[in-house]
Design a protein around this ligand. Structure first.
Ligand SMILES: C[S@@+](CC[C@H](N)C(=O)[O-])C[C@H]1O[C@@H](n2cnc3c(N)ncnc32)[C@H](O)[C@@H]1O
Length: 211
Protein backbone atom coordinates (compact mmCIF):
# COMPACT_ATOMS: atom_id res chain seq x y z
CA UNK A 1 0.00 0.00 0.00
CA UNK A 2 1.45 3.36 -1.08
CA UNK A 3 1.29 6.25 1.32
CA UNK A 4 3.47 9.22 0.66
CA UNK A 5 4.99 10.61 3.81
CA UNK A 6 7.45 12.86 1.98
CA UNK A 7 4.58 14.43 0.06
CA UNK A 8 2.74 15.25 3.32
CA UNK A 9 5.85 16.64 4.99
CA UNK A 10 6.38 18.99 2.05
CA UNK A 11 2.70 19.94 1.84
CA UNK A 12 2.22 20.53 5.59
CA UNK A 13 2.59 24.33 5.70
CA UNK A 14 0.36 24.92 2.67
CA UNK A 15 -2.23 22.47 3.99
CA UNK A 16 -2.25 24.28 7.33
CA UNK A 17 -2.85 27.54 5.42
CA UNK A 18 -6.23 26.20 4.24
CA UNK A 19 -7.35 26.68 7.84
CA UNK A 20 -6.32 30.31 7.58
CA UNK A 21 -3.27 30.36 9.83
CA UNK A 22 -0.77 31.39 7.11
CA UNK A 23 -2.66 32.26 3.98
CA UNK A 24 -0.19 32.98 1.17
CA UNK A 25 -1.57 34.54 -2.03
CA UNK A 26 -0.55 31.49 -4.04
CA UNK A 27 -2.94 29.29 -2.14
CA UNK A 28 -5.83 31.67 -1.74
CA UNK A 29 -7.78 30.66 -4.87
CA UNK A 30 -7.46 26.92 -4.24
CA UNK A 31 -8.24 27.37 -0.57
CA UNK A 32 -11.47 29.18 -1.32
CA UNK A 33 -12.69 26.17 -3.30
CA UNK A 34 -11.86 23.75 -0.50
CA UNK A 35 -12.80 25.80 2.48
CA UNK A 36 -16.53 25.67 2.42
CA UNK A 37 -16.67 21.84 2.24
CA UNK A 38 -13.93 21.59 4.85
CA UNK A 39 -15.80 23.97 7.13
CA UNK A 40 -19.00 21.93 6.80
CA UNK A 41 -17.29 18.63 7.54
CA UNK A 42 -15.53 20.23 10.48
CA UNK A 43 -18.85 21.46 11.92
CA UNK A 44 -20.52 18.12 11.27
CA UNK A 45 -17.71 16.30 13.11
CA UNK A 46 -18.03 18.60 16.13
CA UNK A 47 -21.82 18.07 16.21
CA UNK A 48 -21.36 14.29 16.07
CA UNK A 49 -19.17 14.01 19.17
CA UNK A 50 -20.75 14.89 22.52
CA UNK A 51 -18.97 17.33 24.79
CA UNK A 52 -18.59 14.72 27.53
CA UNK A 53 -15.85 12.56 28.96
CA UNK A 54 -15.36 10.56 25.78
CA UNK A 55 -12.13 9.52 24.09
CA UNK A 56 -11.47 10.56 20.52
CA UNK A 57 -8.71 9.63 18.11
CA UNK A 58 -8.09 11.79 15.06
CA UNK A 59 -6.39 9.54 12.50
CA UNK A 60 -4.27 11.53 10.04
CA UNK A 61 -4.81 14.64 12.16
CA UNK A 62 -2.55 16.86 10.02
CA UNK A 63 -1.91 20.23 11.69
CA UNK A 64 -4.41 19.34 14.40
CA UNK A 65 -7.36 21.70 13.91
CA UNK A 66 -10.04 19.10 14.69
CA UNK A 67 -8.17 18.12 17.85
CA UNK A 68 -8.01 21.73 19.10
CA UNK A 69 -11.73 22.18 18.80
CA UNK A 70 -12.44 18.80 20.39
CA UNK A 71 -10.11 19.53 23.31
CA UNK A 72 -11.27 23.11 23.86
CA UNK A 73 -13.75 22.32 26.62
CA UNK A 74 -11.28 20.01 28.35
CA UNK A 75 -13.82 17.21 28.84
CA UNK A 76 -12.83 14.96 25.99
CA UNK A 77 -9.65 12.88 25.90
CA UNK A 78 -8.11 13.67 22.51
CA UNK A 79 -5.26 12.00 20.62
CA UNK A 80 -4.15 13.11 17.15
CA UNK A 81 -1.90 10.81 15.15
CA UNK A 82 -0.13 11.47 11.88
CA UNK A 83 2.91 9.93 10.20
CA UNK A 84 4.24 13.32 9.06
CA UNK A 85 6.61 14.85 11.64
CA UNK A 86 6.07 18.22 9.99
CA UNK A 87 2.28 18.02 10.48
CA UNK A 88 2.66 16.95 14.11
CA UNK A 89 5.15 19.75 14.75
CA UNK A 90 2.64 22.29 13.38
CA UNK A 91 -0.09 20.75 15.54
CA UNK A 92 2.08 20.91 18.67
CA UNK A 93 3.05 24.52 17.93
CA UNK A 94 -0.58 25.57 17.44
CA UNK A 95 -1.62 23.80 20.64
CA UNK A 96 1.03 25.81 22.51
CA UNK A 97 -0.13 29.07 20.91
CA UNK A 98 -3.68 28.25 21.96
CA UNK A 99 -2.53 27.31 25.46
CA UNK A 100 -4.26 23.92 25.32
CA UNK A 101 -1.17 21.69 25.00
CA UNK A 102 -1.98 19.86 28.26
CA UNK A 103 -5.50 18.95 27.18
CA UNK A 104 -4.55 16.79 24.21
CA UNK A 105 -1.83 14.57 22.79
CA UNK A 106 -0.19 14.31 19.40
CA UNK A 107 1.93 11.42 18.22
CA UNK A 108 3.93 10.73 15.08
CA UNK A 109 2.52 7.35 14.05
CA UNK A 110 1.77 5.46 10.88
CA UNK A 111 -1.83 4.28 11.21
CA UNK A 112 -0.96 1.13 9.26
CA UNK A 113 1.42 0.14 12.06
CA UNK A 114 -0.67 1.43 14.94
CA UNK A 115 -1.64 -1.05 17.65
CA UNK A 116 -3.21 0.85 20.53
CA UNK A 117 -3.66 -0.73 23.95
CA UNK A 118 -7.17 0.63 24.29
CA UNK A 119 -10.21 1.45 22.22
CA UNK A 120 -11.46 4.98 21.57
CA UNK A 121 -15.12 6.00 21.77
CA UNK A 122 -14.90 7.95 18.54
CA UNK A 123 -12.48 7.72 15.62
CA UNK A 124 -12.35 10.42 13.00
CA UNK A 125 -10.72 10.21 9.58
CA UNK A 126 -11.18 13.47 7.75
CA UNK A 127 -9.44 13.95 4.41
CA UNK A 128 -7.66 10.64 4.97
CA UNK A 129 -9.21 7.57 3.36
CA UNK A 130 -8.89 8.85 -0.21
CA UNK A 131 -5.12 8.41 -0.03
CA UNK A 132 -5.27 4.62 0.38
CA UNK A 133 -5.49 2.01 -2.33
CA UNK A 134 -7.12 -0.44 0.11
CA UNK A 135 -9.65 1.59 2.10
CA UNK A 136 -11.26 -1.61 3.42
CA UNK A 137 -8.12 -2.30 5.48
CA UNK A 138 -8.19 1.19 6.93
CA UNK A 139 -11.86 0.91 7.89
CA UNK A 140 -11.41 -2.53 9.45
CA UNK A 141 -8.53 -1.19 11.51
CA UNK A 142 -10.59 1.81 12.61
CA UNK A 143 -13.48 -0.49 13.59
CA UNK A 144 -11.12 -2.59 15.70
CA UNK A 145 -10.07 0.38 17.81
CA UNK A 146 -13.44 2.12 18.20
CA UNK A 147 -16.32 1.68 20.66
CA UNK A 148 -19.07 3.96 19.36
CA UNK A 149 -18.67 5.73 16.03
CA UNK A 150 -16.21 6.08 13.17
CA UNK A 151 -16.60 9.32 11.21
CA UNK A 152 -15.10 9.40 7.71
CA UNK A 153 -15.05 11.92 4.88
CA UNK A 154 -14.92 10.69 1.28
CA UNK A 155 -14.31 13.14 -1.58
CA UNK A 156 -17.03 13.06 -4.24
CA UNK A 157 -16.05 11.79 -7.71
CA UNK A 158 -17.07 13.66 -10.83
CA UNK A 159 -17.13 17.28 -11.89
CA UNK A 160 -14.48 19.75 -12.92
CA UNK A 161 -13.07 20.39 -9.44
CA UNK A 162 -12.65 16.68 -8.80
CA UNK A 163 -10.90 16.33 -12.15
CA UNK A 164 -8.56 19.22 -11.29
CA UNK A 165 -7.79 17.66 -7.95
CA UNK A 166 -6.93 14.33 -9.59
CA UNK A 167 -4.55 16.19 -11.91
CA UNK A 168 -2.89 18.05 -9.04
CA UNK A 169 -2.22 14.85 -7.11
CA UNK A 170 -1.11 12.79 -10.10
CA UNK A 171 2.39 11.39 -9.51
CA UNK A 172 2.58 13.06 -6.08
CA UNK A 173 0.25 10.94 -3.99
CA UNK A 174 -2.34 8.21 -4.53
CA UNK A 175 -5.85 9.73 -4.58
CA UNK A 176 -9.23 8.08 -5.06
CA UNK A 177 -12.59 9.85 -5.34
CA UNK A 178 -15.88 8.11 -4.50
CA UNK A 179 -19.49 7.74 -5.56
CA UNK A 180 -22.12 6.83 -2.97
CA UNK A 181 -22.32 3.38 -4.65
CA UNK A 182 -18.58 2.91 -4.07
CA UNK A 183 -19.09 3.71 -0.39
CA UNK A 184 -22.01 1.28 -0.07
CA UNK A 185 -19.90 -1.47 -1.66
CA UNK A 186 -17.07 -0.69 0.74
CA UNK A 187 -19.41 -0.89 3.74
CA UNK A 188 -20.69 -4.28 2.57
CA UNK A 189 -17.10 -5.46 2.22
CA UNK A 190 -16.29 -4.58 5.82
CA UNK A 191 -19.63 -5.97 7.07
CA UNK A 192 -21.04 -2.72 8.38
CA UNK A 193 -24.84 -2.46 8.27
CA UNK A 194 -25.49 0.56 10.43
CA UNK A 195 -24.16 3.66 8.76
CA UNK A 196 -25.28 6.93 7.21
CA UNK A 197 -23.98 8.73 4.13
CA UNK A 198 -24.60 12.48 3.91
CA UNK A 199 -23.48 14.53 0.96
CA UNK A 200 -21.98 17.82 2.06
CA UNK A 201 -20.92 19.68 -1.07
CA UNK A 202 -17.74 18.01 -2.36
CA UNK A 203 -17.59 15.35 0.37
CA UNK A 204 -19.64 12.44 1.63
CA UNK A 205 -19.75 12.49 5.41
CA UNK A 206 -20.09 8.89 6.56
CA UNK A 207 -20.92 7.79 10.09
CA UNK A 208 -20.42 4.16 11.11
CA UNK A 209 -22.49 3.26 14.19
CA UNK A 210 -21.01 0.52 16.30
CA UNK A 211 -23.61 0.24 19.07
C1 LIG B 1 -5.43 15.91 3.90
S1 LIG B 1 -4.53 15.72 5.39
C2 LIG B 1 -5.91 15.80 6.51
C3 LIG B 1 -5.55 16.37 7.87
C4 LIG B 1 -6.71 16.55 8.83
N1 LIG B 1 -7.43 15.31 9.05
C5 LIG B 1 -7.66 17.61 8.35
O1 LIG B 1 -8.68 17.28 7.74
O2 LIG B 1 -7.38 18.78 8.60
C6 LIG B 1 -4.15 13.99 5.42
C7 LIG B 1 -3.20 13.61 6.53
O3 LIG B 1 -3.10 12.20 6.61
C8 LIG B 1 -1.78 11.89 6.98
N2 LIG B 1 -1.50 10.48 6.65
C9 LIG B 1 -1.52 9.91 5.42
N3 LIG B 1 -1.22 8.60 5.52
C10 LIG B 1 -1.04 8.33 6.84
C11 LIG B 1 -0.72 7.15 7.59
N4 LIG B 1 -0.52 5.98 6.98
N5 LIG B 1 -0.64 7.25 8.94
C12 LIG B 1 -0.83 8.43 9.57
N6 LIG B 1 -1.10 9.58 8.91
C13 LIG B 1 -1.20 9.54 7.57
C14 LIG B 1 -0.93 12.89 6.21
O4 LIG B 1 0.34 13.06 6.76
C15 LIG B 1 -1.80 14.15 6.32
O5 LIG B 1 -1.43 14.95 7.41
Amino acid sequence: MKTNKLFWDSYATNFDAIYGTKNSWVNKAINRLFRSTMKLRFEKTMQSIPDEKVSVIDIGCGPGHYCFSLAQSGQREVLGIDFSEKMIQLAADHALELGIEKRLKFEVLNFLEFGPEKKYDYSIMMGFIEYFEHPELIIKKALDITNRKVLISFPVAGGLLAFQRKLRYKRRCFLRLYSSEDIKRLMAEVNINSYTIEKIQRDFFVTLNLN
